[in-house]
Design a protein around this ligand. Structure first.
Ligand code: N01
Length: 537
């Protein structure tokens, strides 16, 4: 086993796992503060989510002027987005531009997957190993591993026997995939499926979509980025970022969001607001009223509105009924689409309801479901991810006394502020469970976490300290708080990946925290009080 302790043989100050947007900015911040840092990345390039998720139609559904770094004024001024919602190749190009602009690659090891991180209590450092047999030592470790980075491939009988090519949307090949003339099956109807189905349907000879749960989707109304709007934002980009940071999900300051109750509005006013949000497109639909994710009755009004839209868009009444969800809207992540429901009007596209039976088996010739076999040439799994905890738990992480993280989190993720775990000193998680993360514009959450971690490391250094760890009592209170907030919303009311319900056997706990501004204020207050709730040594 080779040992890399930094260029001069000493332990690194900081080892960062992952070179997506979190890892890249963490590296930038570490350098800015004068820490010796190295990033270990499994892929061959930067980009994280946008490196792996190359499926047809992949696109961000946060607007490009918002889904981008705000930490550098020159960067945000110089980069030009071509569309309102950027497609995956453009976001990957942006990540590569950032890496080149700040010369990040020289401190990134590509093609190496971190497999273990063990805490050495006596030396107060982490020993980190990779799949290539590399061993590193670092005082601090930052897990910048993403929330949706471990593919969920269901254990369907016969899956290995399929005769044609199989794809998972989150592990898409780098070479172009051509479905022309093929009979293609797509399993799943979440965001990845909703984006890819209309694009695959344009190529495939036949497309069969296997649906376990119908999904709510709002049109993107994507378009070339309006230069006048871009100029307005860029005239005061810092102010625009600040306003977004005060929004509940850290985006949409330009939305004309409405805090009034849907229940108190007249039917005409409700219709007007929903129509307005539907015409505007995108995730801002849930901001038509202030109580859509807080009150089941308000939510039911929004859900009924979308079901009306589905009936209007889909010609066959039985298909429209099948596409109409019954769970609360936005309880599973709301989707944003370009022509999703309309795709089911095409004669070569069919929808198969597997709610009752699931996929019975994959066979060499296709898929057996709903009591019959569907002949397929290619199969796409749009079956999502082992979200938020999956990637952390797939690594062998051991804290004080050799305690495995998997054991600590047997009953669900425990941590303080979504940032640190009691018993695991000097280990930070960026956008971990217990932080707003996936309920926000991820880049805003990432930047807030990186700034907080950077300030914490600088504070420790300034105070001659080298070790910080969440206290168990703070952790207990925090997890109680996160669950308490969720229980006052519609979110626990369906089988979402926020709850881990998409992965068989996973503990059912609501993982993200609703409300970015209050969370960011809490993190700032904790730091200002000398890292209250943490033990510092
Ligand atoms: O995954 P999902 P995703 N048999 O978990 C079904 C982000 N994202 O990759 O609902 C049959 O949402 C499953 O059915 P059910 C975004 O945060 C963002 O689409 O569990 N079906 C569901 O329909 C998003 O929420 C963007 O009953 C099975 C689907 O597969 C998150 O990533 C784009 C099954 C999985 O949907 C994940 O989205 C894409 C089985 N055994 C993704 N197992 C943008 O920003 C699962 N399913 C645009």
């Amino acid at each position: 086993m080779t040992s890399t302790r930094g260029d001069d043989g000493n332990a690194l100050d900081l080892l960062i796992v992952g070179a997506g947007f979190a890892g890249m900015y963490m590296l930038f911040k570490a350098r800015e503060l004068g820490f010796r840092a190295r990033v270990i990345e499994a892929g061959d390039d930067v980009g994280g989510t946008w490196y792996w998720n190359r499926y047809p139609g992949a696109r961000c559904d946060i607007e490009s002027l918002e889904y981008s770094y705000g930490f550098d004024e020159a960067l945000q001024q110089e980069w030009r987005w071509s569309e309102r919602f950027a497609a995956q190749p453009e976001i990957l190009a942006y990540a590569r531009h950032v890496a080149a602009r700040f010369d990040l690659r020289r401190d990134i090891t590509f093609g190496a997957r971190v497999t273990r991180a063990w805490f050495d209590d006596a030396a107060s450092t982490w020993e980190v190993g990779t799949d290539g047999g590399q061993a590193l030592r670092a005082r601090f470790v930052v897990m910048a591993t993403g929330c949706l980075s471990s593919a969920n491939l269901p254990a369907i009988p016969g899956i290995e026997t399929f005769g044609g090519p199989r794809y998972h949307t989150g592990q898409w090949p780098h070479e172009p995939v051509d479905f022309s003339g093929l009979r293609v099956g797509v399993i799943g109807t979440g965001s990845s499926a909703v984006q890819s189905i209309p694009v695959i349907a344009r190529q495939a000879r036949e497309l069969t979509v296997f649906q376990r749960t119908a999904t709510y989707s709002v049109p993107a109304h994507n378009a070339p980025l309006d230069p006048a709007y871009e100029a307005r934002v860029k005239a005061d980009y810092a102010g625009f970022r600040r306003r977004n940071e005060r929004m509940p999900a850290a985006f949409g300051a330009n939305l004309d969001a409405n805090d009034a109750s849907a229940l108190e509005a007249t039917p005409a006013e409700r219709q007007r607001r929903f129509d307005e949000r539907w015409r505007a497109g995108g995730l801002g639909f849930t901001r038509a009223f202030g109580d859509i994710v807080l009150d089941a009755r308000a939510n039911a009004l929004a859900a009924a509105y979308v079901r009306d839209k589905i009936r209007a868009l889909v010609r066959d009444a039985a298909t429209a009924a099948l596409l109409s969800p019954s769970q609360p809207v936005a309880c599973k992540r709301l989707c944003v689409d370009t022509g999703y429901y309309e795709t089911f009007n095409l004669p070569h596209v069919r929808l198969v309801d597997i709610a009752a039976t699931g996929i019975e088996a994959v066979t060499p010739r296709g898929v057996r479901a709903a009591g019959r076999e569907f002949a397929l040439d290619a199969l796409v799994f749009a079956t999502g991810f082992d979200a938020m905890t999956g990637t952390l738990l797939r690594m062998d992480i051991r804290g004080r006394g050799g305690l495995p993280l998997a054991e600590k989190w047997r009953a669900g993720p425990l941590n303080y502020l979504g940032l640190m775990v009691a018993g695991f000193p000097n280990l930070f998680t960026i956008t971990g469970p217990g932080s707003p993360s996936v309920l926000t514009n991820m880049i805003v959450s990432i930047e807030q976490h990186v700034r907080w971690i950077g300030a914490c490391l600088a504070w420790l250094r300034a105070h001659g300290r080298s070790r910080i760890e969440a206290r168990e009592a703070a952790e207990r209170d925090w997890v109680g708080h996160v669950n308490g907030v969720a229980s006052r919303t519609i979110f626990p009311g369906c089988n979402s990946w926020y709850l881990g319900a998409n992965v068989p056997g996973k503990v059912r706990v609501f993982m993200p925290l609703l409300g970015f501004p209050a969370y960011a204020d809490k993190c700032a207050a904790v730091a200002a009080a000398g890292y209250e709730g943490f033990a510092v040594a």
